[in-house]
Structure formats: C-alpha cells, structure tokens
Design a protein around this ligand. Structure first.
Ligand code: ADP
Ligand code: ZN
Length: 213
C-alpha cells in the first residue's frame, strides 16, 4: 500500500502504522522518528532540526523535502509505504506529488484520523516513548503502561517523555497542526484521495484503512 496518515499529534498515526507493519511489507516512514534519530546522532540535519522540534515548530520544508527524496529512493519503499507525519504543509504535499510522479508511483489513499482536540491533548500528556532509537515503542501511563515502570517491554531501555511533550510544546504542536497541516485535508479531498475516519481505537482505524484500499 502507498498511503499518507494525516491527523493531529496524538491521533495514533504511529500506533496504527505499527499494527499495519506486517500487513504487506510496506514500510512505516515517520519523519518525526527520522528527525529524532538525526538529532540523537548529531548529524548536520539533526543539528539544524533540533531547535524547531523542541519548540514544537515545523522543521523547514526544504530540509524535509530533501530528506524524503533520499528516503524514497531506498529500495525498501518499492513494496509500499505508510507516511506518518509527512507531508505536513502544502509545499511538502506538492513536492511529494512531483517526487512520486518522477519515480512513477501513485498514492492509494490519504487517511485522515479525525480526532478531537481534548482526546489528543490527554493522550499526548500521558504518552511515553522508548528511548532506544531503533525501538521507539510507544506507551501510555494511563492506558498502556510498560509492565515494569519506566522500562520498555520490548528492549529493556528506559521509557521517557519526549522533550517536545511538555504541555507548552504540545499546545504549540496542536496550533501548528491547525494552521499548517489541517489545510491538507481539503487539499487531498479536492483531489478525491481523502478518506476520513473518526474511529477512536487503533484496531478500528486499521479496519477502515484496509477497507479504503
Ligand atoms: P507528532 O507526535 O507531533 O506527530 P512527530 O514525531 O511526527 O510528532 O514530529 C515531531 C517533530 O518533528 C515535529 O513537531 C516537527 O518539529 C518535526 N517534524 C516531523 N515531521 C515533519 C515534517 N513533515 N515537516 C516539518 N517538521 C516535521
Ligand atoms: Zn524499546
């Protein structure tokens, strides 16, 4: 499958991608994960991106577009992909369109995870993430805590709160989403590519996605 997962932070894009991971070999491509790895490794991209990310602002389009052009060239994308966190702006969406037509690929569908602000705010403040860059399992202190407090079930690394998951940065991320990313809903709707789901559980979202393919 070749899909874009659209939706506010905390809508469950990462969880849904994980559930679909073994479906047909499509790779989960999260720009947030790629950027956090780059920050951790201190690459030139990471050094440029860090301050934007910590504030909850978007990283400039040109950096993201170059990064994704490289990522799409990797052979694992041939089987399909789930984009999580990309595109995030209209210029990114247009660049993606050009990139895909250049390599002769077409998107199947854009899934809009249509979830209320109160729900995402609650989810984000209680979200915890595995600190191991190659794991990044997601937990929730209320609804899905790790078996042993603060320790990842999958790899044993510390489970942490992300540096952009303070209340202030979260509110900023939600505002950024409304201003810069939400316009993509209309953008893809007008192209006839949008499918919205208001499902609250990730299992139901997965069903809706598979039905839309
Ligand atoms: P969220 O949980 O807010 O969806 P992500 O993990 O997708 O967070 O992204 C974390 C941060 O990385 C964002 O707040 C932003 O600074 C940066 N980022 C990720 N993807 C993009 C993108 N496509 N364009 C610009 N910035 C991005
Ligand atoms: Zn882990």
């Amino acid at each position: 499958m070749r899909i874009i997962l659209l939706g506010p932070p905390g809508a469950g894009k990462g969880t849904v991608s994980n559930l679909l991971k073994n479906h047909d070999g499509s790779v989960h491509i999260s720009t947030g994960d790629i950027l956090r790895n780059a920050v951790k490794e201190g690459t030139p991209l990471g050094q440029k991106a860090k301050e934007y990310m910590d504030r909850g602002d978007l990283v400039p389009d040109s950096l993201i577009i170059d990064m994704m052009e490289e990522r799409l060239k990797e052979p694992d994308c041939q089987k399909g992909f789930m984009f999580d966190g990309f595109p995030r702006t209209i210029p990114q969406a247009e660049a993606l369109g050009e990139l895909l037509s250049k390599i002769g690929m077409k998107l199947d569908v854009v899934i809009n995870l249509d979830i209320g602000k109160d729900v995402v705010l609650d989810r984000l403040t209680t979200r915890r993430t595995c600190s191991n860059a190659s794991c990044q399992a997601i937990y929730n202190v209320k609804s899905m805590p790790p078996k042993q407090e603060g320790i990842c079930d999958k790899c044993g690394s510390p489970v942490i709160q992300r540096s952009d998951e303070t209340e202030e940065a979260i509110l900023n991320r939600l505002e950024t989403y409304n201003n810069q990313t939400a316009p993509l809903i209309d953008y893809y709707d007008q192209k006839g590519m949008l499918k919205s789901t208001a499902a609250l559980s990730s299992d139901e979202v997965v069903k809706d996605i598979l039905a839309a393919l």
